[in-house]
Design a protein around this ligand. Structure first.
Ligand code: FAD
Length: 416
């Protein structure tokens, strides 16, 4: 018996913020579509992150243009569950055709006719266009240096929930981007002994001259930058909206008792070794911080804006002992380290996408989300079109562009 096939013009895979934004723009252009989501709408914001997480940007910024967060001050930082609620409410405003609990398992190009055959947990679909909105951060990545021992509890930041979840003893966190830093602060506050392995990072001021850094990145055109600076591809960004939001300052973190070390090099015989690069990483982070203040000051002067001066923001704290006499190795047992949290980022898995949209390494090949396989589009990837592409507000603008590209193709196909 041939399986029943559902035909649709455009199929969107994933109903996180990217899938919701895509659906809004397709709806506006009257493009028939279905969004398939294997879990729930915005699942990553419900179960994919730690309990206390709030958005890194203020409520006025980290949202779609058409709807504000209700019951939250525009300058506040929205708790993760409220972000998920927002996405659900947003989708219901235009009756987004989202089917939850449906996993897309395989996509093949049709032979002898346009479009794609899509196998799912709820049957087969055929679509002319396919938008892959399965997220920028899919598979937790733990580097191969992770020690193979049952004596340590090891988890990725994606599986960290709260301090009570961890066994007694000290915690080592590898990676000091926004996740690693925020988890380190939370565990330190909870009275844990915390070691934090710090690599190259940017650390914008939370606010300067009365404006949040999200605003500064906007007026300075930095959210819209199309590519990262050469050599900065692996530089993470350390920001925090936790506890009302504050600038991430590694010198202050050390004063508060977090034991900072350089990049983690290797584990052998119960000893972990670090690169001797902590001071350099912190100094470069400070330079990045100060460069944003400089750019902001220049902008104020050039535009004659009346924003209050803030000279105290330029005061850099003295170098803590971990910078002047760094620890280059630690015996895990002797320092009672019982847990390692890998805040080391994510990879992606597109093996289900059996079309010519990825390179030999499985990386999406695309220009502004238009992939090398005609009819297949990516959305929500870091730097898809600009720095803001993987963030809530940025993905909305990319979705608009992709919807336009689909509309253009539809016009060609219907031309008589
Ligand atoms: C810790 C953390 C904090 C962040 N904080 C912020 C912030 O404060 N502000 C901000 O703007 N951004 C933030 N981001 C970045 C970004 O906004 C989020 O990662 C966001 O979840 C990305 O949305 P998305 O829709 O692109 O992907 P996701 O939210 O990951 O959604 C993808 C969806 O696709 C579904 N899916 C995957 N595969 C399939 C399949 N085969 N079939 C069907 N469905 C499938 C998944 O279930 C998922 O629901 C943060 C990211 C992280 C990791």
């Amino acid at each position: 018996m041939t399986p029943e096939i559902t035909f649709i013009d455009t199929l969107v895979v994933g109903a996180g913020q990217a899938g919701v934004a895509m659906s809004e723009h397709l709806t506006r252009l009257d493009i028939p579509h279905i969004v398939l989501e294997k879990n729930r709408i915005a699942e990553a914001w419900r179960t994919g992150r730690w309990d206390s997480l709030v958005a890194n940007g203020p409520a006025w910024h980290d949202r779609f243009p058409g709807m504000e967060f209700s019951g939250i001050s525009p300058d506040g930082f929205v708790p993760k569950e409220r972000v998920a609620d927002y996405m659900e409410a947003y989708a219901s405003r235009f009756n987004a055709p989202i089917r939850t609990g449906v996993e897309v398992r395989r996509v093949d190009r049709n032979i002898g006719k346009p479009g794609f055959r899509v196998e799912t947990s709820a049957g087969v679909f055929e679509a002319r266009h396919l938008v892959v909105a399965t997220g920028p951060f899919q598979c937790p990545a733990i580097p191969s240096i992770a020690p193979q021992t049952a004596e340590l509890t090891q988890l990725h930041s994606a599986h960290y929930r709260n301090p009570a979840q961890l066994p007694d003893g000290a915690v080592m966190i590898v990676g000091a981007g926004s996740s690693g830093v925020q988890i380190a602060e939370e565990l330190n506050r909870a009275g844990k002994e915390v070691y934090l392995s710090v690599g190259p990072h940017d650390r914008p001021p939370r606010s300067y001259r009365g404006r949040d850094f999200c605003w500064w990145l906007g007026v300075l055109g930095l959210w819209d930058k199309a590519t990262t600076e050469p050599g900065k591809e692996h530089v993470t960004i350390a920001v925090s909206g936790a506890n009302g939001g504050h600038t991430v300052d590694f010198r202050k973190l050390a004063e508060e008792g977090v034991r900072l070390v350089g990049r983690t090099k290797r584990f052998a015989n119960g000893v972990v070794e670090f690169e001797n690069d902590l001071a350099q990483n912190i100094v470069r982070g400070d330079e990045n911080y100060l460069s944003l203040l400089d750019a902001a000051d220049e902008w104020v002067t050039r535009n004659g804006q009346d924003l209050p001066e803030e000279p105290q923001a330029r005061i850099i704290r003295p170098a803590p002992a971990c910078m002047t006499s760094p620890e280059l190795q630690l015996n895990l047992a002797a320092n009672n380290i019982t847990t390692i949290i890998w805040a080391t980022g994510f990879t992606s898995d597109y093996r289900w996408l059996n079309v010519n949209a990825c390179d030999a390494q499985g990386k999406p090949q695309h220009q502004r989300g238009v992939s090398s396989e005609p009819g297949v589009y990516f959305l929500g990837l870091p730097w898809l079109s600009r720095r803001g592409s993987s963030f809530i507000w940025g993905v909305w603008h990319d979705a608009k562009y992709i919807a336009d590209q689909i509309a253009i193709q539809r016009n060609y196909l219907t031309w008589q």
